[in-house]
Structure formats: C-alpha cells, structure tokens
Design a binder for this molecule. Structure first.
Ligand code: SAM
Length: 305
C-alpha cells in the first residue's frame, strides 16, 4: 500500500475523520492553490509579496545557499533570490508540477535544484551536499500555520537540527484579523477554495480508485477562536458509504459528518520571538504588513543545534 493509501485509510478510520493537508497538492490542487493566491479575498500572498519586495534587500547577502520548504511555484521567492548573490536554490516540495513551475520561474536567476520530497527529507539532502556555505531556509506564506502547536515546535526544532549556527530562517506568519475577513479568505464566493478542498476527494478517486461523489460533499471553513485557527472541512450532505479500493476501505459517513482537511493557525506578532527562542533561533528582523496583517520574520540559528 502506498503512503497516500495508508494515510487515507488511517485518517478515514478515525472517529473524527481527517486527511493530511499535504495531499491537497496534486497537479490540479497546486494549480487551484495558485488561483487562490490571486483571489481578492485571500490577501495573505499579496502581503507576503509586498514585504519581500520592500525588505528582501535587508537580508544579509552572505547566504549562498537557499532552501525553501514548500516552495510551490516560487513566484514570491524571486524577490529573495534577486537580493542575494546568485545563490544555489533548492526548492523542496511534494508537488512535482509546482516544482516544475518554480524551476521555470527562477532558473534564469540562480542554479535551481528541485527536491521532490517532504520538508525534512529535503533539508537532509541539502545538508548532505553542503561545505562551508551559509544557508538561508525559507518557509513563506504562513505554511507553518498548517501545523498544530506541538507539531509546529517539533518541526521548527527539527529544521534547526539540520542547520548550523548562524544560518538563517525567513518565515511567514499570518496574523489574527477580523473573523469575517479570515473566513472569506478560506471560503471565497467564486468557490475556488471549495474546489481546492473537494479536489482531495477527486485525487483519492483518481489515484486510489475511490468512489466519492464530489457533489455529495460541501466545503466548509470554520474559525476556532480558542485555538486561533481556520479549519477546512468537507461535510457529507447525506448518509453514504464510499469504497476506496486502493486503500482497502469502505468509509461510512453520516449526513453532516465532516472530514477535516486543513488547519491554518493565526498568530500574534508578539508571540513570534518566543517561538524562535524555544526552537533554537533568535529574531534578527521582523516586518509586518499593515494592509493585511502578516509578519515576515528573519531568524538566526543559535547554540549548537
Ligand atoms: C500553502 S502552499 C504555500 C506555497 C508557497 N510557499 C506560498 O507561500 O505561496 C504549501 C506548499 O507546500 C507543499 N507541501 C505541503 N506539505 C508538504 C510537505 N510535508 N513536504 C513538502 N512540501 C509540502 C505543497 O505542495 C505546497 O506547494
């Protein structure tokens, strides 16, 4: 059984059904995500891009290697690559189509070595081929918000363990804003985010021989104020049973029951320095976009790691 099949089987067998968000990004999912980034309601990417356009030149030029976690199509990264001295760039992403787009976007500016891997495996590969170069790791777009608090700290510590003292981490955090604004960003009236979410069931049909009728599920975005996170769910419109051949599974859904597909945690700018300290970094600079509250934070790896 593939890892995808095993994860689908495990996630849909839970009493609170869920699917890992990394599977949202097949070819169609990555294209739909790129469409989300230009939606009027989704200000996050534009805020990130504004900050990078304004401040990338303040990043010390010593970094000759850049590794990006979850690069996607790498459009915003251009600002960082242009500000440095022709660094060797390693985009790390589980989506091959996104990596192809990223390579096309940036190969005229830098040597690009795409790594179709998960975050930490990709960083291991970067580390294994490294001599004395200073490394800057990018984790843009608030992808860190897809992790629950404990996993977030663990991931950052694992990233730190793969870096050397003095290396940099440029990391984006979407900040708390009015609930309506946050909900619209994940439930746009054109239905692009709904398609992005539903495509996960389409992907299961295509790759695992699933029998999902996508019209029998509805996209739902919720805000959990206590946890400070937007949750994306797929709500079953009816009682139904769905066979997924490749995962050796028959999943039963009650009307109204949901599959949790993604969390996007929202942050306060003041909590970022503590997060850095707790995971082996210190904040060297931090920029906040006022139009769409979003923080870009430049961290330095400290201690022995
Ligand atoms: C929210 S998108 C962000 C893309 C881009 N960094 C941006 O800011 O617009 C997350 C990206 O991370 C990739 N991704 C998700 N989980 C991953 C994982 N565990 N390892 C590597 N890449 C992953 C997805 O394929 C997707 O391209």
């Amino acid at each position: 059984m593939t890892e995808f099949a095993a994860d689908v089987r495990a996630g849909l067998n839970k009493s609170r059904k869920e699917l890992p968000s990394k599977y949202l990004y097949d070819e169609l999912g990555s294209a739909l995500f790129d469409a989300i980034t230009v939606l009027p309601e989704y200000g996050l990417t534009r805020a990130d891009e504004r900050i990078l356009a304004r401040h990338a030149r303040e990043i010390p030029r010593e970094f000759s290697m850049v590794a990006e976690l979850g690069s996607g199509s790498g459009k915003k990264t251009r600002n960082v690559i242009e500000a440095l001295d022709s660094p060797h760039y390693f985009p790390i992403d589980v989506s091959a189509p996104a990596l192809e787009r990223c390579q096309r976007e940036l190969e005229s500016l830098a040597q690009v070595t795409p790594l179709e891997m998960s975050y930490l495996d990709g960083l291991d590969r970067v580390r294994s081929g490294r001599d004395g170069e200073a490394l800057l790791v990018l984790f843009l777009g608030s992808t860190i918000g897809n992790f629950e608090a404990r996993c977030r700290a663990e991931l950052l510590a694992q990233v730190r363990a793969r870096m050397r003292e003095g290396d940099g981490l440029l990391i984006g955090f979407d900040l708390v804003k009015p609930v309506e604004t946050m909900l619209e960003a994940y439930d746009d009236p054109c239905g692009v985010t709904a398609s992005f979410n539903l495509n996960l069931l389409g992907r299961i049909n295509r790759e695992l021989g699933g029998g999902f009728n996508l019209r029998a599920f509805a996209h739902e975005a919720r805000y959990d104020a206590g946890e400070r996170r937007i949750e994306m769910h797929l709500r079953s419109r009816i009682d139904q049973t769905v066979a997924i051949r490749g995962a050796n599974l028959c999943a039963t859904f009650r009307e109204g029951e949901t599959i949790w597909t993604e969390s996007s945690h929202k942050f306060y700018a003041e909590e970022i320095p503590r997060m850095a300290r707790d995971t082996g970094f210190r904040v060297e600079a931090q920029w906040v976009d006022e139009e769409w509250p979003f923080a870009e934070s430049l961290w330095r790896a400290v201690g022995s790691g």
